[in-house]
Ligand binder design. Structure first.
Ligand code: PLP
Length: 400
């Protein structure tokens, strides 16, 4: 490789790729197509028999007693927080390295989000910081499995038990992750998954609650659908049955159209996971020679769902900022992401949480060195080679 060929596009070289490589891409095929068409032709579009089938298939995949389809992961978290007794005035401890949805769900429940710092190199909740963040008004902890890596759940469970508070999982990134023999979604009192378009499986928009607490199902079901005691499929029989508004509810149900897609995607999940993990391992092997970058890791005994491929730029390794590296990758025609800029850096969270930037130094400092590379089942190895080459030439060019 000549010196000139190794000049990044942003500094005047030729881009590694001619065509832009998207950061994320959905993976849908004939199976989703025919499953959705079948629902369209059935005449029953909203929550009904297909959602029930998706729920039971998802519950068996995760290994829990119950699953409930919802409109989004955020909706699921909101309902779970309420079902586990979070009321206005309570505090809920969660991670500062997550999507604002986690904190919004806590706010929707009327509680105050308190952010605890994260473990260096993993960016998932530090159990000791969680313990220190507990107070007399703490009612729950929401563990966020970042990028597919489960949190340090054994330690978090003992912190939660010791304090007598509920432990919930934000499993938006963790479809297929495992921790010490159990699947994400079966690691706490309740969990919420996301089927948003970029997730490991998608229904376009959608989510799923998983829990072993079957006693909470009537409440979760009612609050998911207007607070009425019978859903439309239960009211559609030959005999008229009066339904009643029994509580405050939301419009958080998952349709049969979405669930048909979800079932087809769930059948493909083992293949998706194998491909994601192979690409993840390939990134790790190839990037090991670049000492300026450090991929995120997880706890011992865990297997990542390989949802995202975030890495940290080592402090002082480069003479430019993370944002300059992002721009340089884009100039090579490589899509990028940041998961996530620490929440106290966002004005809405700063205004609605007592946690200040200085309270979560690991999260804030790490999030300024963080970026994610493309990772999805349809990413070809040649595309991945382009990403690695692009990052390599940028890192070599900007080495301090
Ligand atoms: C960590 C995390 N939690 C929650 C959500 C919200 O998921 P949804 O869009 O299904 O509500 C997201 C969405 O991207 C997320 O990344």
């Amino acid at each position: 490789v000549s010196i000139a060929a190794d000049v990044p596009a942003i500094a005047g070289g030729a881009p590694v790729r001619r065509a832009f490589l998207p950061f994320s891409r959905v993976d849908l095929g004939a199976e989703e197509d025919s499953a959705v068409r079948e629902v369209l032709r059935s005449g029953w579009l909203t929550t009904g028999p297909v959602t029930a089938r998706f729920e039971s298939a998802f519950a068996s995949f995760v290994g829990v007693r119950a699953a409930l389809g919802v409109a989004s992961c955020t909706a699921g978290l909101h309902l779970l927080l309420r079902a586990f007794g979070v009321v206005p005035g309570d505090e809920v401890v969660t991670s500062p390295v997550t999507f604002p949805a986690t904190v919004n769900a806590i706010l929707h429940a009327g509680a105050t989000p308190v952010l605890a710092d994260v473990l260096p190199g993993r960016l998932t909740l530090d159990p000791r910081a969680v313990k220190a963040a507990l107070g007399p008004r703490t009612r729950a902890i929401v563990a966020v499995h970042l990028a597919g890596w489960p949190c340090e759940m054994d330690a978090l469970r003992s912190v939660a038990r010791g304090a007598g508070v509920s432990l919930l999982e934000d499993a938006a990134h963790a479809i297929g992750a495992t921790y010490r023999g159990r699947a994400a979604g079966a690691l706490a009192d309740g969990a919420s998954f996301s089927f948003y378009a970029t997730k490991n499986i998608t229904t376009g928009e959608g989510g799923m609650i998983t829990t072993d607490r079957e006693d909470l199902l009537p409440r979760l079901r009612a609050e998911r659908l207007h607070g009425v005691d019978l859903d439309a499929s239960q009211r559609d029989g030959a005999a008229y049955v009066h339904w009643e508004s029994v509580t405050l509810g939301w419009k958080y149900n998952l349709s049969d159209i979405a669930s048909a897609m979800g079932l087809a995607q769930l059948a493909k999940l083992p293949g998706f996971l194998a491909r994601r993990r192979a690409l993840d391992a390939r990134y790790r092997a190839r990037l090991a020679e670049l000492d300026a970058v450090e991929p995120l890791t997880g706890p011992a005994g865990a297997e990542s769902a390989a949802h995202l491929f975030p890495l940290l730029l080592r402090p002082g390794a480069l003479r430019v900022s993370r944002d300059e590296v992002l721009r340089a990758l884009l100039a090579e025609n490589v899509g990028v992401g940041v998961h996530f800029r620490a929440l106290p850096l966002h004005r809405h969270v700063a205004a609605s949480s007592p946690t200040r930037v200085g309270d979560v130094p690991v999260a804030v400092a790490s999030s300024e060195r963080l970026l994610s590379l493309p990772l999805y089942p349809s990413l070809a190895e040649s595309d991945q080679d382009d990403v690695i080459e692009a990052l390599g030439r940028i890192v070599r060019f900007y080495r301090s």
